[in-house]
Design a protein around this ligand. Structure first.
Ligand SMILES: Nc1ncnc2c1ncn2[C@@H]1O[C@H](COP(=O)(O)OP(=O)(O)OP(=O)(O)O)[C@@H](O)[C@H]1O
Ligand SMILES: [Mg+2]
Length: 370
């Protein structure tokens, strides 16, 4: 096979868009699948919150949720929030427009739903409410004006109408949901929407602080949420799948060595973005003829380091400067100390470190860094 003619199958820039590339997340997917399977037009709505650090794989998991929901025959509505969407009127208008678009796209001939353009015209006061009958929300928005309150009752009525019309649940997927978590009104409207309209599945994905913000701003809504934390891959098999699936997609089999997978797991702490980045670099070197296969060499590490540093003053950042100035034994101590953050005490971590080989630092050096 001519490797150099292939497209590099590793994409560290974008969320996973193809199920064939989606690795791991067995537990998370099972939880979401269970919630989706519970949903029905005459059953209470379900809320799931997916949260985790940047580049942990939240949007990719949201994509997987969309595939599962479509398999169940549900209509999915996708909303990506940007700065400024946190205001309830803006947020729910955006959701409503996406919803109308999704339903119109889905709609069969006998289903009469006005298109998004007609809805927008009524919302702007440029067309009669009758043109989008029986929908209530567009006219209610126009009557409330730009500074007005969100017409919640009309929104609920229309959502219930859509669910009834479709005859199956609607799945609403909101990415970057931390942007609405600061607004108690947006959260309480969401709460009443899902508690008073049946047949909705709401999935919010956002950064790590999302749950804390919701707790601070509007804690009652948490009781209604099923919480899923997205972390790096812990299982060796998941890191292996992350490396192997893109290779298989371009017809390459048996090129992921167990040693490289283990090293990647350690090097990246299971972060899928970093795994993709290292694999991209390894594949590129293989394509250029600089390596024979997917080899994790010092040159690959150097390539990634220079890629991360290029064009940015990374080395000038105070934290990076401080780390670069550290002694070797301090670096080892920090590596050991941070290897089980939140999961073990410093004594337990020291014990585990000693179990896996002869220690490179003394207990006194370790204790100095605590
Ligand atoms: N399940 C997965 N299988 C394989 N690769 C994954 C998986 N999840 C994430 N990745 C990889 O990790 C990178 C980051 O994923 P994603 O964009 O989903 O993260 P995110 O948490 O939404 O990030 P952000 O906080 O920046 O929005 C992507 O390039 C993707 O290729
Ligand atoms: Mg994302």
């Amino acid at each position: 096979m001519n490797i150099s003619a292939l497209c590099n199958p590793y994409d560290y820039r974008n969320p996973v868009r193809d199920a064939a590339f989606f690795a791991g997340r067995g537990e998370e997917v099972a939880v979401i699948k269970y919630e989706l399977d519970q949903a029905a037009v005459d059953r209470p709505s379900v809320c799931v919150v997916v949260h985790g650090p940047r580049a942990a794989g939240k949007t990719s998991l949201l994509n997987a949720t969309e595939w599962m929901a479509k398999k169940n025959g549900f209509v999915t509505v996708r909303v990506e929030l940007i700065e400024g969407d946190g205001e309830p009127a803006v947020f729910f208008r955006k959701v409503y427009e996406e919803l109308v678009s999704a339903i119109t796209a889905e709609g069969t001939d006998e289903m009469s739903v006005p298109g998004p353009a007609a809805v927008r015209r009524v919302m702007a006061g440029a067309a009669e409410a009758a043109s989008v009958a029986p929908l209530e929300f567009p006219e209610a928005v126009a009557l409330a004006g730009s500074e007005g309150r969100l017409p919640e009752a009309a929104l609920r009525a229309d959502l219930a109408y859509f669910v009834g019309l479709l005859g199956h649940p609607i799945v609403l997927l909101v990415d970057e949901a931390q942007l609405i978590a600061n607004d108690a009104r947006a959260l309480s409207v969401l709460r009443f929407l899902t508690s008073r309209v049946d047949g909705l599945v709401l999935v919010l994905a956002g950064t790590s602080g999302l749950i804390d913000r919701i707790t601070d701003v509007h804690s009652p809504i948490l009781r209604q949420f099923k919480e899923i934390e997205v972390r790096g891959f812990i299982e060796w098999e998941d890191v292996y799948a992350c490396m192997v699936r893109p290779l298989v997609s371009v017809g390459i089999h048996g090129s992921a060595s167990a040693n490289v997978v283990s090293a990647l797991r350690q090097l990246t702490d299971g972060n899928p973005y970093e795994i993709q980045l290292y694999c991209h670099e390894m594949f590129a070197r293989w394509q250029r003829g600089a390596a024979e296969g997917m080899k994790l060499t010092a040159e690959v590490l150097e390539g990634i380091r220079s890629r991360m540093e290029s064009g940015r003053d990374v080395l000038e950042r105070p934290l990076i400067r401080a780390v670069r100035a550290m002694e070797r034994h301090d670096l080892i101590a920090f590596n050991v100390l941070s290897s089980a953050l939140g999961h073990a005490t410093a004594d337990e971590t020291w014990f585990a470190y000693n179990m896996v080989g002869s220690p490179e630092i003394t207990r006194a050096q370790y204790d100095r860094c605590r």
